[in-house]
Write a protein that binds this ligand. Sequence first.
Ligand code: CP3
Length: 345
Amino acid sequence: MNDRNDRNDRFLRACRREPVDATPVWFMRQAGRYMPEYRKLREKHSLIDLCKNPELALEVTLQPLALGVDAAILFADILLPLDPMGASFEFAKGEGPVIHEPIASRAQIDRLRVIDPDESLGYVMAAIRLLKKELKVPLIGFAGGPFTLASYLVEGGKSPNFAKTKKLMFGAPSDWHALMEKLSEVVRLYLRAQVVAGADAVQLFDSWVGDLAPADYVEYVQPHARRILRDLEATGVPVIHFGTGTATMLGEMRDAGGTVLGVDWCTPLDWAWERVGYDRAVQGNMDPCALLATAGTAVKHAQRVLDAAAGRRGHIFNLGHGILPETPVDHVRAVVDHVHAATAR
Ligand code: CP3
């Protein structure tokens, strides 16, 4: 936790809906290909190498802090736990993740291992411990949400419609719940281990869960998400619950848990907050593409988000989803500066 006066804790204060001197800002995927320093490291190292080497993960995590953001997010990937669980994968050039043997049977689900994250993902905890010695801003740990992880395992990679995932979910619900139970238990243990290692907050990236109808979310995902989120809330660190395309299920996601609810850019922030309830903090929600045109356009969109937040306690400025590789760094810096200047109090 932030125990030194020289540390910037506005992110954690906003998560707890305490007064802040300015609205905190960070960006999902703030370390990545839009930064020349990151691209340079990627010439020599694969993405997996960056994740598995704690010194390199430390270096990449620190890179975006030069932009003035109020939190660091650990450099890792939501898919890392799948490999020690028994589902190996690679990041194929230009294609994104490829799972070598997608889940197609109950026997494969039963063979997945519930890992000990300190053992199998010790390099993540080592990176967190290194980061905690360097950082003057809070560190966000993260994991994938159970639906999103299941979708990669079943589809074998990114999917336009989650057809195989939903066929399993609707057609073989007991197999689906067995898969979700294993994934949720791994995610719960993994996030707990990150908190013990020093993460000041954690985010559950259930990025694709908004592809479900709310009633199906409640039946097939919510109990599993709830078990993770409630357990993490009990540690005392803020827990951010994030998905995209979730306008119609924000209430159901809130009921599953989260100190902070992530809001995508298609959902007006004021409308979302009213539905989530003012007893929770919200994070978001500028369109990542609004960073692409000019710095002026980016700032205009940032101000629209600030107007919707209306100075209410508990707003964390972010995009509605991850920053895109083609984003000009200067536009990101302009938005950070604008958010701080326009909300200084
Ligand atoms: O936010 C951060 O700066 C921390 C790092 C981070 C990465 N992945 C590194 C990464 C985080 C938080 C993630 C989360 C993640 N990974 C999600 C959920 C968030 C989201 O954006 O929806 C998902 C679905 C994944 C799975 C994944 N990893 C995909 C689909 C891809 C390929 C698509 C792409 O953007 O290229 C990745 C690769 C990946 N993970 C990159 C980075 C920086 C791209 C990297 C590269 O080749 O260097």
